[in-house]
Design a protein around this ligand. Structure first.
Ligand code: SIN
Ligand code: MN
Length: 274
């Protein structure tokens, strides 16, 4: 593993607090990305209950909770750099609240409407505070055409932006919430106003890049109309003192082991600068 410079975390924390997202100056190497990609392909083929398909299609839209049953994914979430970054940004020890890969298949992967993740986590699971952080690692190169995440910088500082009021425990249908018309999404006009005021950024970049997102940042992504898949692996780490007290959704969506996750170095996941 390359020696990561701990000093850079201070700068990343400042950027994250200001914008609600940041990109690490390190990325996973090609072989590490290939290993994850192969595992995710195998998981998509196994077709377990954690798999969600695109509407009226056999194309896999997302798989969840793979760190609980797949040894490679289990090793990945314990990566010392990912854990150090998550703890620095969350400001406390963390555990894995949610693991998912959104596949955005070539030409078939559909959009994700404007939303704030905490609206779902608070309503569906009763997560008390937005004291979590999502680390996202694309497993394919992400460009303007294959449905990159679109972020509204600074929107995480505005709290919950509606519509209406989220009531913790206001549980919906979890499968519907992974489709293109979920509950708890933002009004499109409100999102347009926010973009006019705050601007927007596309999270493009090479496979293996490491990006961090705040639970309240407003984000969306468009259909993938390109010939290139856009698989995005996301690990949402939550503060150990912020676990939902009575989660109901399946364990593959809401981690039940809320003990502090301990780092474990694994030589299959080297980092490189970038
Ligand atoms: C998300 O909102 O969690 C992800 C959306 C995407 O995969 O583009
Ligand atoms: Mn989201």
């Amino acid at each position: 593993m390359i020696d990561t410079d701990d000093g850079h975390l201070t700068e990343l924390i400042a950027e994250y607090e200001e914008n609600g997202w940041c990109r690490a100056p390190y990325r996973f190497s090609g072989p590490a990305v290939n290993l994850l990609r192969d595992r995710v392909d195998a998981i998509c083929h196994r077709g377990g209950p954690e798999t969600v398909h695109e509407k009226d299609s056999t194309a896999v839209r997302a798989v969840h909770g793979c760190h609980a049953f797949d040894e490679v994914c289990a090793a990945f979430v314990r990566h010392p750099y990912l854990l150090a970054l998550a703890e620095a940004l969350a400001g406390t020890p963390v555990y894995v609240y949610q693991f998912k890969v959104n596949l955005k298949q070539a030409r078939e992967g559909r959009a994700w409407p404007w939303h704030q993740d905490f609206a779902f986590w608070n309503a569906e699971d009763g997560m008390p505070r937005p004291a979590a952080v999502t680390l996202a690692v694309p497993l394919d190169d992400v460009h303007e055409g294959n449905g990159p995440l679109m972020l509204i910088p600074g929107s995480h500082r505005l709290g919950y932006l509606g519509p209406g009021k989220v009531t913790p425990g206001d549980k919906g249908d979890w499968r519907r919430n992974f489709a293109t018309d979920p509950e708890h999404i933002m009004d499109a006009d409100r999102a347009r106003e926010l973009v006019a005021t705050h601007g927007s950024t596309r999270a493009t970049g090479r496979a293996g890049t490491i990006q961090a997102f705040h639970p309240n940042i407003v984000h969306s992504s468009s259909d993938n109309t390109s010939p290139d898949r856009r698989a995005l692996l996301m690990v949402s780490y939550n503060s150990i003192d912020n676990a939902p007290p009575h989660p109901v959704r399946p364990e593959f969506l809401v981690g039940r082991n809320t003990d502090q996750l301990k780092p474990r170095w694994d030589k299959r996941f080297p980092l490189e600068a970038g």
